[in-house]
Write a protein that binds this ligand. Structure first.
Ligand SMILES: [Zn+2]
Length: 462
């Protein structure tokens, strides 16, 4: 195991070590002395997206995750035996284990009290990669489980992530992606064969496609390293290729998407843009200024529309990287009542175009910037973040340079009103944005209001 990189993260008070094995398998270990827990994941670029590349039915990635993460396997002959091992007792902590498949990744993960960390890695190593000849026993059982999952609340029309992804990538896409994690229809799930599972396994479960992420208060012990090597030798039996990502083209035609959500009480309006991810280098000056712009818009919208006018319940700004490979969704999410919808959309549009710039020039704007810089430079203690290592690990797997708090600080220290003013003038939200609306009302009724707003007519005129 070769140490590639080591750094201390002052923001979280943790030490990171990035290793690589000869096969290309990577490990990111975060030594977090403040944690009582150990978290570990095996993350693979083996999500639903890759199904098309290997010509397997939609749902194969998730189906494979099910068959791999449940006994029988090398270590546990039955589900019961696995439960017995993972349960805690008076002298032993419990192991909590699970697996999940997303559009991009498949991951096997677990956590426990740190004094059982080695057992955690052991279970991950043994149950995650079972020999191919043991797949068969589990296939029909898991097929039933998955059909039941599809039958409950994951039908495509109720699946907001899926519909949003189709909205984002839906037209003009070069590589025709599968959008549904479970499999769009029952017939997809029924069509998956053991051969498909093995095919997908052999082509995507490879060392170069994988990273192991561990966050714990312990140094990696010899036993832990032994299990990491077991994972490596299991994966090394497969075709050691790195995942190939096909070009994506983002929706540029449809300006508004609607999701009928029977559970939502108010209307949630997302104003969003898809922005091509820069990289592989982390562009501090661009990213930081860009963040501050979204923060000031969000601050202003909350102050005006919520505190002063009572038009919205709240606004949050966020970045979502789960929908596509090459674009980040940068967005504001605003909740309001239906009766205020027209005003809300128009006022935000107005804020983005004129009001925020005026605010920035004002005394309050200057104070806001000083305070925001202060919060960045003097952060409060970061609470333990179970996803800390995973999110850094996926960036490493993509070959991206990681964000370093210390480097970011030097840029933040030099931020001026002038820099932000220029960036605001060039703010991409000004040109255009898209709307994604989550509502329990009849979609046509909402659509009629949205399409008549001044804002919508401005952005569709382009
Ligand atoms: Zn499942």
């Amino acid at each position: 195991m070769k140490l590639l990189n080591e750094w201390f993260d002052t923001r979280y008070n943790v030490r990171n070590r990035h290793y690589i094995l000869d096969s290309g398998l990577q490990i990111l270990h975060t030594l977090n002395k403040q944690s009582l827990d150990s978290y570990a994941s095996i993350i693979l670029m083996a999500g639903t997206y890759f199904e098309k590349a290997f010509n397997v039915p939609n749902g194969t990635a998730h189906f494979l995750e099910h068959t791999i993460s449940t006994p029988p396997n090398k270590l546990f002959k039955t589900e019961k035996a696995f439960t017995r091992y993972s349960f805690g007792g008076r002298n032993t902590p419990e192991l909590v284990m699970n697996a999940s498949t997303s559009f991009k990744y498949c991951s096997y993960w677990g956590y426990c009290h740190a004094n059982r960390e080695e057992d955690l890695i052991k279970v991950l190593s043994q149950t995650s990669f079972k020999p191919l000849d043991q797949f068969e026993a589990n296939v029909e059982k898991q097929r039933k489980v998955i059909l039941a999952e599809l039958g409950t609340d994951l039908k495509p029309e109720k699946n907001q992530n899926l519909l949003f992804r189709r909205f984002a990538l839906g037209n003009g896409e070069v590589y025709n992606t599968n959008f549904s994690i479970l499999g769009e229809k029952e017939s997809n799930i029924k069509a998956i064969t053991t051969e498909n599972l093995i095919d997908f396994y052999t082509n995507t479960y490879t060392p170069k496609n994988t990273i192991i992420a561990i966050q714990s208060p312990n140094e990696l012990s010899p036993r832990t390293i032994k299990y990491i090597k077991t994972i490596d030798s299991s994966l090394s039996k497969n075709n050691n290729q790195k995942a190939h990502l096909f070009d994506e083209s983002i929706n540029t035609k449809v300006q508004a998407g609607y999701f009928h959500n029977t559970e939502s009480q108010a209307i949630t309006t997302h104003l969003l843009r898809f922005e091509k991810i820069r990289g592989p280098e982390y562009d501090y000056s661009y990213e930081i200024v860009n963040n501050f712009i979204r923060w000031i818009i969000n601050f202003y919208v909350n102050r005006e529309l919520r505190q002063n006018k009572g038009l919205i319940y709240g606004s949050v700004s966020y970045v979502n990287s789960n929908a596509t490979w090459f674009y980040d969704e940068k967005a504001f999410k605003v909740t309001s009542d239906f009766k205020n919808l027209r005003k809300v959309i128009n006022s935000i549009d107005d804020s983005i175009n004129f009001k925020v710039e005026e605010f920035l020039e004002s005394k309050d704007g200057h104070r806001w910037l000083e305070n925001e810089i202060s919060n960045y430079l003097f952060p409060h203690t970061a609470a333990f973040d179970p996803d800390y290592t995973d999110s850094k690990a996926t960036a490493i797997l993509r070959g991206f340079e990681l964000y370093h708090f210390e480097k970011a600080r030097t840029f933040v220290k030099d931020l001026t009103i002038d820099t932000l003013r220029k960036a605001l003038a060039a703010n991409t939200f000004k040109d255009s944005y898209m709307l994604w609306i989550d509502t329990n009302l009849e979609i046509n009724k909402v659509k009629a209001v949205v399409e008549k707003t001044k804002a919508f007519q401005r952005i569709t005129k382009g």
